[in-house]
Design a protein around this ligand. Structure first.
Ligand code: AMP
Ligand code: MN
Ligand code: MN
Ligand code: MN
Length: 277
């Protein structure tokens, strides 16, 4: 049987629009046969997603997307096939959640200084029991007409160097990879082309990732162009990393990204799912 893999997406446990259950239902409608849920710094959606996947006969992979820091830059590392009960991983996640909560307060405070009050209460309510992310702040800014799109919210307030940007020290890259691997998971560098790295920095970052025990990188994402895929494939080959694919789906409102809607891995890739037990 020809499998359809989507190994990166989000639910309401972080900044996704759909509950884990609805997300899995949608994945199934889109023909996905192997799905990993990878919410930002939380495993809270995994139980519900797993249960729904079992009911629907979809193979479910427990995942997470950890925010990490390396050389003062933020890198997202996806953990695939993790054990969501592993104490070391849970401990690490708790630390990340503390950092996230504190950052949210600081972002709100900076917005307040820009005469934008009430952000914390709003994002807290929107996130519910889930992680507060900058997407929540972006939505708040759009809803209250401070900007006209998510992108503008980042360009004007939330992005690096903007007035409500809060420099954040996440788990060290090595630390995050250790948490993932200790819990039996596979460490995959998420969307490598989205960090705006020069060629030289890309080489340094991938070297560091590989040396820290990273095993894979995303070669195909929901927004990859043909050129992006070629470039990522070349890098994966060069650094001997397994190739992953995931849409990074957040919401049905984004017409460009859909669960399972992904180009094929280039010929010669070593797919990351060869490592799944
Ligand atoms: P955080 O992890 O809290 O910094 O939030 C990062 C999330 O914000 C990402 O996973 C994206 O979903 C979203 N995001 C980041 N940058 C942008 C951007 N330039 N435009 C729209 N959404 C973005
Ligand atoms: Mn996100
Ligand atoms: Mn990401
Ligand atoms: Mn993501």
């Amino acid at each position: 049987m020809m499998e359809k893999y989507d190994l990166h997406c989000h639910s309401t446990a972080s900044d996704g629009a759909l509950s884990p259950k609805k997300l899995v239902l949608r994945a199934r409608e889109q023909g996905v046969t192997v799905l990993a849920l990878t919410d930002h710094d939380t495993i809270d959606g995994l139980d519900e997603a797993q249960q729904t996947a079992t009911e629907l006969g979809i193979r479910f992979i427990s995942g997470i997307e950890l925010s990490t820091t390396w050389e003062n830059k933020c890198f997202h590392v996806v953990g695939l096939d993790i054990d969501p009960c592993h104490p070391a991983l849970l401990d690490g996640i708790r630390t990340q959640q503390g950092i996230r909560a504190e950052r949210a307060r600081k972002i709100a405070w900076k917005l307040e200084k820009k005469r934008i009050p009430g952000a914390y209460e709003a994002v807290k309510a929107a996130a519910g029991t889930g992680m507060i992310t900058r997407s929540h702040f972006a939505d708040f800014l759009v809803t209250n007409h401070f900007v006209d799109s998510q992108q503008h919210a980042f360009d004007k307030y939330l992005g690096r160097g903007k007035p409500a940007y809060v420099a954040t020290v996440w788990a060290d890259l090595q630390q995050a990879i250790d948490w993932i691997k200790t819990s039996g998971g596979i460490a995959v560098l998420a969307h490598p082309l989205r960090y705006n790295l020069s060629g030289n920095w890309m080489t340094r970052a991938l070297t560091a990732f590989k040396n820290a025990g990273g095993q894979g990188m995303e070669v195909v994402t929901g927004r990859s162009s043909v050129d992006d895929i070629q470039r990522s494939h070349f890098l994966a080959q060069k650094f001997q990393l397994f190739a992953s694919q995931g849409s990074d789906f957040h919401t049905p409102k984004d017409p460009w990204v859909e669960l399972g809607r992904l180009a094929e891995l280039p010929y010669g890739s070593r797919p990351v799912w060869d490592l799944f037990d």
